[in-house]
Design a protein around this ligand. Sequence first.
Ligand SMILES: Cc1cc2nc3c(=O)[nH]c(=O)nc-3n(C[C@H](O)[C@H](O)[C@H](O)COP(=O)(O)O)c2cc1C
Length: 317
Amino acid sequence: MSKLIAGKLWLAPLAGYTDQGFRRIAKDWGADVLVSEMVSSDGLVRDSRKTIQYILFTESERPYGIQLFGSNALIMAKAVEFCLQFEPDFIDLNMGCPVKKVVKRGAGSALMQNQELAGSIVKESVRASAGILPISVKFRSGWDNSSINYLDFGRLMQDSGASFVCLHPRTQKQMFSGLSNWEHIAYLKKHITIPVIGNGDICSPEDAIRMRQETSCDAMMIGRGALGRPWLFSQCKQLLTTGTYDPMLQKDLVNTVLKHVEYALMHKPEHVVVREMRSHMCFYTKGMVGGAELRRRINRAESAVELKDIITNQHFV
Ligand SMILES: Cc1cc2nc3c(=O)[nH]c(=O)nc-3n(C[C@H](O)[C@H](O)[C@H](O)COP(=O)(O)O)c2cc1C
């Protein structure tokens, strides 16, 4: 467990972004723990051939966890059993996703309103993991402002056998708006005994210091802040350990993007990589002088060679 907790910096699961290519880049820049994006337990159990691509990983990504979502305890348990053959380091259960197509099936953050089911999903998953893997749960502050129940929920997760939890302190209704309420992380940490991973709005190394100080959380998870800026992990680590950190250099940026493309090509066909890199490039080029023109060129690129040429030669500053 110490390889997962004890002050570690996690890359948050981000559906559509944290595939193997981005995870490996984040790892190169110091992310300690990686997680798959959320994977449907129904999909894994019904048609694993299609869904399996979302859970695959390489040894270099360890420690690595698979995140599952669903709303049926027995199917979740079957999905956990299925995942055991891949030998991840842990399995995380998603009880925080706010998006409509997930909550309308009773999964993600809808489970915060159905504690009995949430508890049995954790118990069945723990049973299915047969003590081989830790089971963790990622959840939110509650459904809306009038039903903030993260503390009860955290206690339930602990009593049901979760090894640790991650709190993103916004409500389902908030989606991603407003600020996350770090007081909830601090309060949860004080009142449960299993480790608490703090998540939400770490966008700079200074934010990481502040979250650690204000919440005493056991580990921290970074999501959107690392998009287009995977070096944030290394800067956070540097600031946490030495009190200062190195600025990002232009050559590091170019090398990072080129390597990201290379990693992506190791796991996906070229046309998919060229298409998917467009959304990453929006983040890498954010705020750049001439960024809009650069993005237009990148969006027109039809091959990896063309993409890499633009990145290498086209005033990527
Ligand atoms: C595009 C996007 C996709 C996400 N996908 C997932 C997911 O698959 N599983 C999950 O638990 N959370 C998911 N999240 C939530 C993040 O993991 C994280 O909890 C949230 O973004 C707050 O952290 P941040 O402020 O560091 O981004 C997603 C968020 C975004 C913006």
